[in-house]
Ligand binder design. Structure first.
Ligand code: KIV
Length: 265
């Protein structure tokens, strides 16, 4: 007897995410970089998990995301995939892996095959639209990322808000349209001024996922370490920590060290 019809899948797909946007349901995305955190994030209701190249500054001790490699990303994404079964897992394509369409295609194919993620994210607007088109044609779901592009921090000279001048706003809106036309299934808007993020969200048919871009996007994303207060560095102003895990760890470690000093096991 042959089994017919589509294979059952438990994971959210790009269609699930589009359907949420079409129903006007807000989409929740968080980053995760390891199996345990990913499992906690998923079982607490997150729709998508982003294995962001923010792993560079949150976990790996780099100052920026620039040093993060494709192998680093695949290593962390494999762990996230192992720790989850429901969330759609998106892997960031790190710095230098999307400089040509062919390079981006090879990097993305490797990402899907070796990490088990279901989609990739790449930074850039109109200038990467052709690359996005090529990936989508190859069957790779792509999340776009415009506004602040942290991989370009050395060229930008900082992490400021985007869309403040009318030229910048026009370019962002055009980029959003070009990425949608190229087949991106959703778009991260990072540090875009809220009025422009709202206009982009209104204009597009695909969901926008905002970070520091106001309340009117189709969904929101946050770096997990900023949400749970697990950082030894200042966190972005827009991130509202809802826990203080760094203090909890310090207290537990101090209590342990004191008990060891007292000669207790
Ligand atoms: O790398 C990352 O975590 C990201 C989010 C900030 C969207 O790109």
């Amino acid at each position: 007897m042959s089994v017919q019809g589509p294979l059952p899948t438990l994971r959210n797909t790009v269609k699930t995410i589009q359907a949420m946007r079409d129903r006007g349901e807000k989409i929740a995305m968080l980053t995760a970089y390891d199996a345990i955190t990913a499992s906690l994030v998923e079982t607490s209701g997150t729709d998508l998990i982003l294995v962001g190249d923010s792993v560079g500054n949150t976990l790996l001790g780099y100052d920026t995301t620039v040093p993060v490699t494709l192998s680093d990303m695949i290593h962390h994404t494999r762990a996230v995939v192992r720790g989850t079964h429901k969330a759609l897992v998106v892997m960031d394509l790190p710095f230098g892996t999307t400089t040509t369409s062919t390079r981006a295609l090879n990097s993305s194919a490797k990402a899907l095959q070796e990490s088990g993620c279901q989609a990739v994210k790449l930074e850039g607007g109109t200038r990467v639209a052709k690359t996005v088109e090529k990936l989508v044609q190859a069957g790779i779901p792509v999340m776009g990322h415009i506004g602040l592009e942290p991989q370009s921090v050395n060229a930008l000279g900082g992490y400021g808000k985007k869309g403040k001048t009318s030229d910048e706003a026009k370019a962002l809106i055009q980029s959003a349209k070009d990425l949608q036309n190229a087949g991106a299934f959703s778009l991260v808007l990072e540090l875009v001024i809220p009025e422009i993020a709202a206009e982009i969200t209104e204009t597009l048919k695909i969901p926008t996922i905002g970070i520091g871009s106001g309340n009117d996007c189709s969904g929101q994303v946050l770096v997990i370490n900023d949400l749970i207060g697990l950082s030894v560095r200042p966190i972005p102003k827009f991130a509202k920590p809802r826990a203080d895990v760094a203090s909890t760890i310090r207290q537990a470690v101090q209590a342990y060290v004191q008990s060891v000093r007292r000669g207790e096991s």
